[in-house]
Ligand binder design. Structure first.
Ligand code: HEC
Length: 250
């Protein structure tokens, strides 16, 4: 009885995954390269915020000089260091070049809009952290991407802090069936071509794991309140922290 009940569930689940048509990088090399560069730019930008976090949080400091142009320049340098490629060398007329520039513009817009908050003297923690930067840049990028792409940082549904970052059904499925499954190659991205709203979408999800620096907020004691006002989740170094999720529309 038990087994009879179990099998159809497994079969349905397997069918669902088969419909995802997992794509190797080679299937869509151009799309995959575009998605990888968009993710690398987001990481490079967050790294700049992270490197300046102590200054951003310093109540004694006024202007921090973290305007859009300055942060973008540092992000471009970080991108080149991480990937070996110069983002400005991409053809601005190509799909990838347009999207990467849309993301650069998003970084500038987010930082310029955050100036008065970041530069406020007399306030310590201002809530401007890499995760918030990443969410705002993704939102701004979406507005500038001309319907060609969508980017977001999401996480397993049981550990999402901001409701706006909850995983969609595809993301929830990949997180559960791939990234959290035993045997998934740590750090490996998942790519698939799917049909969404009648159109083909190339989706890439890149997992990210908690580092020691994340645990001040996402570590323990579980339930205690961190500096941002959220309860700590009690996670450990190396646990899946989230996913950069990129969709390219055709
Ligand atoms: C200062 C506290 C703090 C630190 C340190 C921190 N986070 Fe977060 N994290 C937050 C907050 C607050 C949010 C919600 C941001 C928002 O409003 O979108 C968040 C959101 C996220 C999200 C997006 C999904 C969600 O839950 O909304 C991911 C993924 C994430 N953090 C992973 C990490 C990783 C990985 C690190 C270390 C590299 C890290 N965080 C370090 C506080 C922190």
């Amino acid at each position: 009885m038990r087994i009879g009940h179990f099998v159809p569930v497994v079969a349905l689940f397997a069918l669902g995954l088969a419909l995802l048509r997992p794509a190797q990088a080679a299937d869509q090399p151009e799309d995959r390269a575009i998605a990888d560069s968009l993710a690398a730019m987001l990481r490079a930008g967050r790294t700049v915020i992270s490197a300046n976090q102590a200054r951003i949080n310093d109540p004694a400091l006024g202007p921090k000089g973290l305007d859009g142009k300055t942060v973008l320049a540092a992000a471009l340098a970080g991108f080149t260091k991480a990937t070996g490629a110069d983002p400005l060398a991409s053809d601005p007329a190509s799909r990838g070049g347009k999207l990467l520039r849309a993301e650069m513009d998003a970084i500038v817009a987010v930082m310029d809009a955050a100036q008065s908050d970041i530069d406020t003297q007399g306030v310590g923690f201002k809530g401007f952290i890499p995760a918030v930067f990443g969410r705002l840049v993704s939102e701004e990028f979406g507005k500038r991407a001309g319907g060609l792409a969508h980017m977001k940082v999401t996480a397993p549904i049981d550990r999402v802090r901001n409701r706006a970052s909850r995983p969609d059904p595809f993301e929830a499925k990949v997180i559960g069936a791939q990234f959290l499954a035993p045997g998934w190659t740590r750090g490996a991205a998942f790519a698939a071509t799917v049909t969404q709203n009648g159109g083909e979408v190339f989706r890439v999800m890149a997992p990210e794991y908690y580092a020691p620096s994340c645990l001040a907020c996402h570590g323990g004691p579980k339930g205690s309140i961190d500096v941002t006002g959220y309860p700590r989740e009690g996670f450990a170094e190396g646990d899946l922290g989230g996913v950069i999720s990129i969709s390219l529309f055709h």
